[in-house]
Write a protein that binds this ligand. Sequence first.
Ligand code: TYD
Ligand code: MG
Length: 481
Amino acid sequence: MAKNTLSFVCQNCGAAYNRWQGKCESCGEWNTLAEEDTSGSVPVSIRSKRKGRTFALESLAGKSPDAPRLSSGMTELDRVTGGGFVRGSVLLVGGDPGIGKSTLLTQATSMMARAGHRIVYISGEEAVAQVRLRAERLGLSDAPVQLAAETSVEDIVSTLSEGAVPRLIVIDSIQTMWTDTVESAPGTVTQVRASAQALIRFAKKTGAAIILVGHVTKDGQIAGPRVVEHMVDAVLSFEGEGSQQFRILRAVKNRFGPTDEIGVFEMTGLGLREVTNPSELFLSERDLGTPGTAVFAGIEGTRPVLVELQALVAPTSLGTPRRAVVGWDPSRLSMVLAVLEAHCGVKLSGHDVYLNVAGGLRIHEPAADLAAAAALVSSLVNAQLPTDAVYFGEISLSGVVRPVAQTPARLKEAAKLGFQRAVLPESARGEAGGDAGLSLNAVNSLTTLVAEIAARGSRRGESGGSAEKNATPARFRRGEG
Ligand code: TYD
Ligand code: MG
């Protein structure tokens, strides 16, 4: 085997090629290939001729001590990890630079250290003084967190092997770490992978929990922690719009807990504040009484979350109308638009369509279909929806409104926040029970809903016609293009 193998490694996904090319065939990213020496990715020492050691095999039925968890002292963080950090587990926290990863981890580690655990914070990006400054600003300087600014994985492992095993180690960030076992520069995929491997080995051996911080950039310049995602036990993603105060922590992968839970935080001048009732936050700045907005009663993990969907449907001047969506799946928007066109006679081919989920939340549930459709039609016919109504339901390709899970939880949250009615699938009415505290408007097809909204709108001329005719006011049908 050749000693020095140079190959071109995609900095986004880790795929290796013999020669340079502009596009990575594996992940489709452009300009992400960088030359790397990959000979060391399997350390030479491992390829030595020594005979394999024998190890004991165990039965599946054996008892393992259940994974003891370390609570972070922050309810929102514990919710996402599934109840705290598991001994010997490695967790990756990803997110854009400046989103607040270091702030979140400074706060969490301080709380755990105050609770009497040995917590180590290794910063590869900032000097000790900078980390201290942040802690001071957060009012956490007195917390007994052990701090260091280091980047050599070997040094870190030897240092931490001495004395009591730390309960939790934060590595901020994995891109700045480097190990002697490979030649590549810090930040390259090979280095990131090898460093993560060494740290994971340390965690499994000693039982310390490790949190790796990873920057994710879209242009693929910094080695994305994509390659690390497969190696770690859990991946949390810290998201939010830079301009907004809300931050959402989401579990993307979790071997020890659920993956659909979110934790909601608000970035303040004094660090991150936990938001225990996200619905109130997402609805706090509602545009009451504007056409094109509908409140969706959603579920994030185990928690109901009410959020406003905003739609704008406007005549287009382009040959191909624009479809833009923030916070929701673009292909679901296309589907809802197609169903509106095909089954409800709502002509949208001459209109630009914009859909936005307020507050920076990203919705993954198909249950948002009905709310999205309501917002779209409301904007199109310029008719305000009732401000005291929530919407939820999945729309099938045939235009039928299908039931969704957890109807009672959605209704309860809506009632708690003062909503008076709910527009929901016909078949969910039974599930709702009589004590919902809301007046229920069950719809079994999208056509019914479109007709109801159109009837509220500024409809001119003919009356009593079918929804197919009236959903789109005449002024929108004329003068396009
Ligand atoms: P930081 O945790 O350094 O981000 P990351 O580690 O993800 O790169 O947070 C950076 C931003 O957070 C920075 O723009 C300032 C802001 N911030 C506050 O608004 N309030 C605070 O108390 C702190 C510490 C930071
Ligand atoms: Mg940071």
